[in-house]
Design a protein around this ligand. Sequence first.
Ligand SMILES: NC(=O)c1ccc[n+]([C@@H]2O[C@H](COP(=O)([O-])OP(=O)(O)OC[C@H]3O[C@@H](n4cnc5c(N)ncnc54)[C@H](O)[C@@H]3O)[C@@H](O)[C@H]2O)c1
Length: 240
Amino acid sequence: MITGGGGDIARHYARALAEAGAAIGLIDIKPDKVADAADALTKAGHKAMGLTADVGNKRQLRKAVDRIIDGFGGIDILVNNAGYATTIDFVDIPEEEFDKVLDANLKGAFLLSQLAVPSMKRRGGGKIVNLTSTVSKSGPGDLVHYVATKSGIIGMTRALARALGPFNITVNALAPGMVATEPIIALYPGEVLDRSAAGRAIQRWEYGEDLVGTLTFLCSPASDFMTGQTIFVDGGHVFD
Ligand SMILES: NC(=O)c1ccc[n+]([C@@H]2O[C@H](COP(=O)([O-])OP(=O)(O)OC[C@H]3O[C@@H](n4cnc5c(N)ncnc54)[C@H](O)[C@@H]3O)[C@@H](O)[C@H]2O)c1
């Protein structure tokens, strides 16, 4: 199950996990995008289902999770990838915008973990991967609400790892740098991506493909003894 399944990076995750043999349940707030993403997987010969839900709404999520469990028999992997951000001066961030960012990036991961864990327990274990970001370390001042949620994800990942370890469920976080997705290229001029590239040990733009290896590792038995960790996949941009 992948949230934000209609998004740019999610299609790389979905294709890789499908090629590794997983049936893919996609959840997104945008009906057209999630239907297209599921269609593309089905046309490529994979098992896929696209469902519309707001990850901040537990009632909608419960319906989507039930349909995935009915269709595929259970949940082994949850990728909390849904995300939303707006660049706004701190003093101008409306309360409603803070809530919207919190719902999409943090509350959604909390709610879906609650809903998916009973199925994982019945199946003897599972994998949860939460998407965070290098902004949790760099802390840009015009993304205060977004940074708060992405830092919250790191703490929640640690606590969930302890809560779920006894059930063979691993919980890890993946932190990309600025990824050259279509929306990012449209939003930021090339020099912003170039500046980001110049700050990296590996001095080039980052792409969705760069994240796939780590994501599949975190969803596979190869990472069975690793939990509560955050892996930065950013070409060496931020270090501890
Ligand atoms: N693109 C980057 O540079 C970058 C960098 C670091 C981390 N990330 C994280 O990676 C993840 C994917 O990013 P992306 O670049 O593919 O973004 P994207 O905007 O292309 O995709 C995000 C998807 O989440 C969906 N979504 C937003 N709010 C939702 C909600 N309330 N309920 C359900 N779905 C919702 C959107 O409709 C969209 O399809 C996000 O969590 C993002 O914060 C992205």
